[in-house]
Design a protein around this ligand. Structure first.
Ligand SMILES: Nc1ncnc2c1ncn2[C@@H]1O[C@H](COP(=O)(O)OP(=O)(O)OP(=O)(O)O)[C@@H](O)[C@H]1O
Ligand SMILES: [Mg+2]
Length: 240
């Protein structure tokens, strides 16, 4: 039996006016996997993820989720289907409390039991968010805001969660906590796609990865293979 990926993109192109940020990208993520997207600044990682969830338009190509063509679907339509992205730069609503931020993440969930389970899971994973639930999000530390951004994305009970640089700008200890969390999410059957600058840690937690340079996928393989390939460092040095 051929395994159908949970998410796949074929011939994906993204353009911003004259700038082509993504060039013919082919990727797939299977159920239960952690897949990482690596590459230097400007390689097209965020553009790829954003195009998958409808945050930027797909110029050419196709995106399939659970065997359905979602190429032109808006994020609001994808969230209830179980596909969501926690974007780069921890976008929390600073003027709302922690609890209010989390409630916004659950807007797409109509089932009361599922919503309760999401609250339990998020407060269980992040006790600090429970402790600070009445506090304005803008007054949280950077690491706590990142936890809140991830927690909010988890509130919709995603089947596939895309994380764009979850560890960016965080202290090493907090980065460790974020990666511990990623490992925990896998145990809870959340499939993950993660963009990371922290290559060593990303390859430690991931099953497979894609390396991007100048809008293209320049290497792919298991985490173990990518650790060994010199194409990884070449992509970072801009030699691709
Ligand atoms: N809204 C935009 N308008 C114009 N150009 C953009 C826009 N967003 C991204 N780009 C350009 O597209 C290219 C890819 O950017 P993208 O943000 O996808 O890269 P990235 O791999 O996520 O980089 P980083 O690691 O710095 O986050 C870059 O050249 C960038 O300048
Ligand atoms: Mg980016």
């Amino acid at each position: 039996m051929t395994r159908v990926p949970l998410l796949s993109a074929q011939g994906l192109n993204v353009r911003y006016g004259a700038i082509q940020a993504v060039r013919g990208v082919e990727i797939s993520i299977n159920e239960g996997e952690i897949v990482t997207f690596l590459g230097a600044n400007g390689a097209g990682k965020s553009s790829t993820l954003n195009a998958l969830v409808g945050l930027v338009p797909v110029a050419e190509g196709r995106v399939l989720f659970d065997d359905q063509d979602i190429t032109d679907f808006a994020p609001e339509r994808l969230t209830p289907m179980g596909l969501t992205l926690a974007p780069e730069g921890r976008r929390v609503f600073g003027g709302l409390t922690v609890e209010e931020n989390l409630r916004m993440g659950a807007y797409a969930v109509n089932d009361a039991d599922r919503r309760m389970a999401a609250w339990d899971m998020v407060y269980d994973l992040f006790p600090i968010l429970h402790e600070r639930r009445k506090q304005f999000a803008g007054t949280l530390s950077g690491g706590q805001q990142q936890m809140l951004a991830i927690g909010r994305a988890l509130m919709c009970g995603p089947r596939l969660l895309l994380l764009d640089e979850p560890s960016l700008g965080l202290a090493p200890k907090i980065v460790g906590q974020i990666f511990d969390l990623i490992a925990l999410l896998r145990e809870r059957d959340v499939t993950l796609g993660i963009v990371e600058q922290n290559v060593a840690m990303a390859l430690e937690v991931a099953d497979r990865g894609y390396v991007m340079a100048a809008g293209r996928v320049v290497a792919t393989g298991t985490a173990e293979e990518l650790r060994q390939t010199d194409r990884l460092s070449a992509a970072y040095l801009g030699e691709e």
